[in-house]
Design a protein around this ligand. Structure first.
Ligand SMILES: Cc1cc2nc3c(=O)[nH]c(=O)nc-3n(C[C@H](O)[C@H](O)[C@H](O)COP(=O)(O)O)c2cc1C
Length: 373
């Protein structure tokens, strides 16, 4: 049993898996259910100074992801206060979520601290635009309005992540990345109508399709500044969360998977992280945080264009690699996969489909160095 506990901004999280702001953490009962489902802390649905009014349908399944046109909570901040107070009964760190303008977050920061005393306040920049100064103005306004830690939640549309991260880091206590991605569109081909009820059917994409984008944000944030990073985007299994921790995240958040699978998903992911740590000989989450960046520095890169090598002992002759070879270099020699080295462009794609681990990239000069691990 590994140590899953994490300490961020002086707050103790029993495990690193939290809900992300979304419709399933809007009421006190829902937030308590998230705690009961094994979450390490609670993040609430975003509230602004007035209740939102979202078009319907507002949440749809789109391929492996979700498409939504929700904005923020469809209740006033005063209606949200008893819900947040109820959530505190869980005894876990409670992170309120607010938006959007400097004036709005300042009002909400002060109100929440006085009436609820959350452990931290996350603010979303989703509707603030892309210019650096207005984004910093929101952070500074919230900073002035409350003494609790403030977390800046980034949208994937920020144009210059490094500049924003460096400028905001002295003002905020942590970064959360990322919000859903868009605008995006999907439709029903039978009725030729949009999935969502927004005016052009556009919405925001979340779930597994955005994971690599979110992971890249987290890695860059953890690299360019020192404040804790909280990863969110497409996490539904322990191994997804492990990627974010390796990239430098201290905590992760989960929205779409919890909407699809229910509140038990937080505990399931936490348990799978634990299993992964045990199986790989790590005693704690802390041991793997940022390991990806450290390994990258030590990694020996293959010089020039590598070539795919077939381990004929391991090859199970399933032929799964053959038609995935984009350069036509792989062929079946009658009993096993084989390769025309001169035709191989070293792209690496075929190895992702080998069930037996029989394919690996090698240095073309044949000195055996530079295996692609
Ligand atoms: C239906 C829905 C509503 C959401 N509402 C909010 C919100 O109120 N505030 C916010 O910051 N993010 C909101 N998000 C974004 C999520 O918190 C999260 O950042 C994003 O969905 C990526 O994570 P996921 O792939 O685990 O869903 C919402 C996402 C969905 C799917």
């Amino acid at each position: 049993m590994a140590n899953l506990a994490q300490c961020v901004n002086g707050l103790h999280f029993r495990n690193p898996v939290l809900p992300a702001a979304g419709p399933n953490v809007r009421t006190g009962e829902q937030m308590l259910a998230a705690a009961g489902g094994g979450a390490g802390g609670i993040v609430a649905k975003t509230v602004s100074v007035r209740a939102a009014s979202d078009p319907r349908p507002s949440i749809r399944r789109s391929g492996l992801g979700l498409l939504n046109c929700e904005t923020w909570a469809e209740v006033s901040p005063l209606e949200m206060l008893p819900e947040l107070k109820k959530a505190k009964e869980a005894g876990l760190p409670l992170i309120a979520s607010v938006g959007y303008s400097p004036e709005e977050v300042a009002f909400l920061g002060e109100l929440l601290e006085r009436e609820v005393a959350p452990d931290a306040v996350e603010f979303s920049i989703h509707y603030v635009g892309k210019e650096l100064d207005p984004l910093l103005d929101v952070a500074k306004a919230l900073r002035r309005s409350t003494k609790v830690p403030i977390w800046m939640k980034l949208s994937p549309s920020v144009p210059d992540l490094e500049t924003l991260a460096k400028a905001a880091s002295p003002v905020v206590d942590a970064f959360v990345a990322i919000n859903s991605l868009g605008p995006a569109l999907d439709m029903d081909v039978e009725s030729v109508s949009p999935l969502l009820g927004s005016s052009c059917g556009q919405g925001w994409l979340s779930g597994p399709p955005i994971l690599p984008l979110a992971l890249n944000f987290v890695y860059r944030l953890a690299t360019v500044q020192d404040k804790p990073v909280i990863g969110v985007g497409g996490i539904e299994r322990g191994v997804d969360a492990v990627k974010f921790l390796l990239a430098g995240a201290s905590l992760v958040q989960v929205c779409s998977a919890a909407i699809r699978q229910g509140h038990g998903v937080y505990g399931k992911i936490a348990m799978e992280i634990d299993t992964w740590l045990d199986e790989h000989g790590y005693a704690s989450v802390e041991e793997i945080r940022g390991l990806y960046g450290r390994r990258l520095k030590e990694r020996k890169r293959i010089e020039g264009v590598p070539v795919m090598a077939v381990d004929r002992e391991r090859c199970v002759a399933c032929r799964a690699c053959l038609f995935r070879c984009v350069s036509g270099a792989l062929y079946f020699d009658g009993s096993k996969a084989a390769i025309h080295a001169a035709s191989c462009i070293g792209c690496g794609f075929c190895r992702d489909f080998c069930p037996a681990g029989a394919l690996a990239l090698r240095d073309r000069r044949g000195d055996g160095s530079g295996a692609d691990g």
